[in-house]
Design a protein around this ligand. Structure first.
Ligand SMILES: [Zn+2]
Ligand SMILES: [Zn+2]
Ligand SMILES: [Zn+2]
Ligand SMILES: [Zn+2]
Ligand SMILES: [Zn+2]
Length: 469
């Protein structure tokens, strides 16, 4: 079963100008592309395709071109951005976004999520974060011409503005990273793997009409709960995937597993957390299992949510799975009794999703004495310091600790996991030794590259920041 409720973003290659930007094309690598003459950001495989995309691309294109053409705006832009160099990437992206938004069509509308990615994922120098756009502005100001960014000769996914900066970044970019999910590989190797993966998923999207967040769940109910200790993505899903997608025996399942792990990771992480935080397996025999999810800024937890059915499929004694999605960015929806697979329907199993557009502590306060603690409260990739979603997070942490609610937090990488674990401890949490700061066995296998950093990358729920009860 599948769920395609989420709009498919252009693949990273397209967002970086290395594949055709048109939504039903995304041709890349081998295809000759030309940059849009207006913004010099988006690339297209032919003038005809460029024309097809024009109505949706036009306003952002003109804005980007306007920023570059206007001397006053350029000076402001360059100045503010240059100052942000030293303060790190995230803040700088926000500055870009704010400026572009302010300028966009006299501020009559804000950027769409897809447009934001075109700005956020603009190739940058790994050392100083200069972009092609900024290099052209700088060159124009000093009366020279810009050669543009130099891509990595091995992966073409990371860039430097000069050979001097490549000398500074090369070794680290090629050094083994501890963020790697499997083995220790370098950021450069992950970039190469990811490029292959994106190509695979693009072909699949065209052939079968669905993408990475397909919400695939094997349509089977297990006879009994079995511990996840010692099992792997391949051992749990390899055969099911082969059957469902009719993958021939000679073909490896790795790209498929990588694809489905991206969403299934949430269901598997919840199960793993429940297993570790419970002393015995009484939780596997409850009639109703309740999970509260602290939803992040993109609310991806609410999309492709079909895959939460995997929780029911592994707990045959549980009749009802109730998931409460909670957070300011949660879409406003009424409580749904979700459609289930034929087997669950036959068994009378229910998957109920409730949507709460509030922070968690507001939700708990509002419920008052009617608040029923969940079997698990989970936040995926929550250690994102800039997200307004988490401005009240100390309050939420405190509440979870005070009420002894079994909780689990995941992070994109080691650095963020360690930061989050420290915060949790500061708020009084005693982290479970098996859920301390460590790689998450059930993290996504689909890495998010970090073309703007010299080392490392991100993996959705790649690390467990901490769990406690
Ligand atoms: Zn353009
Ligand atoms: Zn195209
Ligand atoms: Zn540089
Ligand atoms: Zn590289
Ligand atoms: Zn089912």
């Amino acid at each position: 079963m599948q769920d395609d409720s989420r709009p498919n973003f252009p693949p990273l290659t397209a967002r970086m100008g290395q594949a055709c930007y048109y939504h039903s094309c995304f041709k890349g690598d081998a295809a000759p592309l030309s940059r849009c003459g207006g913004c010099r950001r988006a690339a297209y495989c032919s003038p005809a395709i460029h024309q097809l995309d024009w109505s949706s691309h036009k306003s952002l294109c003109k804005t980007i071109a306007k920023v570059e053409a206007s001397i006053t705006v350029s000076a402001l832009f360059a100045d503010e951005i240059v100052q942000e160099y030293v303060r790190g990437f995230t803040k700088q992206v926000l500055t870009c976004l704010r400026l572009s938004q302010r300028l966009l069509l006299t501020g009559s509308r804000s950027l769409t999520a897809v447009e934001e990615t075109l700005i956020k994922d603009e190739p940058r120098c790994m050392v100083c974060t200069r972009t092609d756009h900024l290099m052209r502005i700088e060159a124009a100001t000093s009366g020279t011409t810009s050669e543009g960014l130099i891509p990595c000769p091995d992966c073409s996914f990371s860039f430097c503005c000069s050979s001097a900066h490549w000398e500074a970044a090369f070794a680290l970019h090629h050094a083994p990273c501890d963020d790697a999910r499997v083995g220790t590989r370098s950021q450069c190797q992950i970039n190469v793997e990811l490029r292959t993966q994106l190509r695979f998923e693009n072909v699949l999207a065209k052939e079968r009409g669905h993408g990475r967040r397909c919400g695939w769940v094997p349509a089977r109910v297990k006879a009994a709960w079995t511990s996840l200790e010692g099992s792997t993505w391949e051992s749990e899903f390899g055969d099911e995937l082969r059957k469902f997608y009719k993958i021939p025996a000679w073909s490896p399942t790795a790209p498929w597993i990588r694809m489905v792990s991206d969403t299934l990771s949430m269901a598997m992480t919840i199960l793993y957390g429940l297993e570790k935080l419970n002393k015995d397996d009484a939780w596997t025999r409850k009639k109703t299992l309740t999970v509260h999810i602290l939803v992040g800024p993109l609310a991806f937890e609410c999309h492709a949510s079909t895959m939460f059915e995997e929780i029911l499929h592994r707990l045959p004694e549980v009749k009802t799975l109730k998931i409460v999605f909670c957070g300011p960015t949660v879409p406003e929806r009424v409580t749904e009794n979700c459609e289930t697979c034929p087997q669950c329907t036959r068994r009378g199993n229910k998957r109920i999703h409730e949507y709460v557009v509030q922070t968690y502590h507001q939700f708990v306060e509002r419920k008052g004495s009617r608040f029923e603690p969940p079997d698990l409260c989970v936040a995926f990739n929550s250690a994102v310091p800039v997200s307004p979603q988490w401005t009240h997070r100390e309050k939420t942490y405190q509440l979870l600790v005070d009420r002894k609610i079994p909780s689990l937090f995941t992070a994109y990488n080691r650095e963020e996991a360690e930061m989050e674990a420290a915060e949790l401890r500061m708020d009084g949490a005693t982290l479970h030794p098996a859920l301390g700061t460590m790689k998450n066995l059930w993290g996504s296998l689909h890495p998010l590259p970090a073309p703007h950093k010299q080392y490392g990358f991100y993996t959705p729920s790649g690390w467990v920041a901490g769990g406690f009860n």
